[in-house]
Ligand binder design. Structure first.
Ligand code: HEM
Length: 333
């Protein structure tokens, strides 16, 4: 891990160790997330049998139901209850436990990700997930950013990781969470705290123990066709490239308020202020922002998003969820 991160190795160790047999591939479908929940919840009748309960006298005693009886109970339950009720019941319990984990993470993140810190935290997401390459099946949303902070493209991101580290420590004290999940939820909350769409992401990403291959993030000097090709290699369409670039509405590149997540990025792109010689206008936007507005296909989406903020929010939300699932390997619960 990079020393510049200033992050303790203990904060990484619990979540970054995994075996390759636990790997699952990219972009989990809704049904896969459902099946994870179901697998987790099926284990519950066994664990309940070894739990500690209170009797009427207030004394604590261990539940006497044996594991074997527990097994028989579990095997019989679906026949006693209509099957759909059994499945509904265990699924509801699993969803409940997943929800409380999500709420805990969100609550700790909300304490540290203020509007002023939001841009940096959102940028972290792209720099962790944006290394994904479909053909090579490498990189992606795996927390490896914490060992890539020395790379020039990641300059300054150690500060944003420090912000999240505080929240991670609090969450880890109760149940360990991966860096990849922290960053995924962190970016979603950063968007929301600045007035953008509410985004709910799945949990359960594993961290990588090693850095991703270098040179996979797009260079800011790429033209529109280079940007499109780069995003295509990561599984993203032109529309998704444009929607995700809307993240540049946050930060200090001159697209309206630096702490408001809205569609001013697209409105200002259409005005092309960098072509004006007046004042600081030429400083607005990055070369990649200037490039997409010169491309007809990108321009169609830029115009739609400038006209319709709700459409931008919806498309950004969907592309963001895809981004934070890119190349992710998932915990088997
Ligand atoms: C399209 C390709 C992209 C390129 C070439 C690019 C490049 C850059 C660069 C050079 C900066 C300025 C960093 C600085 O001020 O030192 C920046 C800022 C930023 N980028 Fe991107 N980026 C791209 C896409 C994205 C995506 C997809 C996201 C997130 C979904 C994102 C989020 C951000 C944010 C929030 C900032 C502002 C950071 C701050 O002010 O602290 N970028 N980007």
């Amino acid at each position: 891990m990079s020393s510049s991160a200033g992050l303790s190795s203990s904060s990484l160790s619990s979540s970054s160790t995994f075996t390759s047999s636990k790997f699952k591939s990219q972009f989990p479908s809704v049904s896969r997330r459902y099946s994870l929940l179901t697998v987790e919840s099926r284990a519950r009748p066994f664990t309940a049998c070894s739990s500690t309960t209170h009797n009427t006298s207030g004394k604590i005693h261990h539940c006497s139901l044996s594991r074997r009886r527990g097994l028989a109970f579990t095997a019989t339950l679906p026949f006693l209850l209509p099957l759909h009720e059994f499945i509904d019941d265990v699924s509801a319990k699993a969803v409940e436990s997943g929800q409380s984990e999500y709420l805990r993470i969100k609550e700790e993140i909300r304490k540290v990700v203020t509007k002023g810190k939001a841009a940096g935290v959102l940028r972290l997401v792209f720099h962790d997930a944006g290394t994904f390459e479909m053909d090579e099946n490498s990189g992606g949303m795996n927390g490896s950013i914490i060992c890539e902070l020395e790379r020039p493209e990641n300059a300054g991101l150690n500060k944003s990781l420090k912000v999240l580290e505080k929240a991670k420590k609090e969450v880890d004290a109760i149940q360990s969470v991966s860096w990849a999940d922290m960053i995924a939820v962190g970016g979603a909350e950063a968007v929301s705290v600045c007035g953008g769409p509410k985004i709910h992401v799945a949990l359960g990403r594993l961290d990588s123990a090693e850095p991703d291959p270098e040179g996979k993030l797009p260079q800011e000097s790429l033209d529109a066709s280079g940007l499109k090709q780069c995003f295509q290699r990561k599984g993203f369409s032109t529309q998704e490239l444009v929607a995700l670039s809307g993240a540049h509405t946050l930060g200090s590149k001159g697209f309206g308020s630096p702490v408001a997540f809205d569609n001013s990025y697209f409105k200002i792109l259409l005005e092309k202020p960098w072509k004006s010689s007046a004042g600081m206008s030429s400083m607005i936007g990055l070369p990649s922002d200037h490039a997409i507005v010169e491309d007809d296909e990108c321009l169609r989406w830029i115009t739609k998003y400038a006209d319709n903020q709700n459409m931008f929010f919806e498309d950004f939300k969907n592309a963001y969820i895809k981004l934070v699932n890119s190349g992710a390997r998932w915990k088997i619960k």
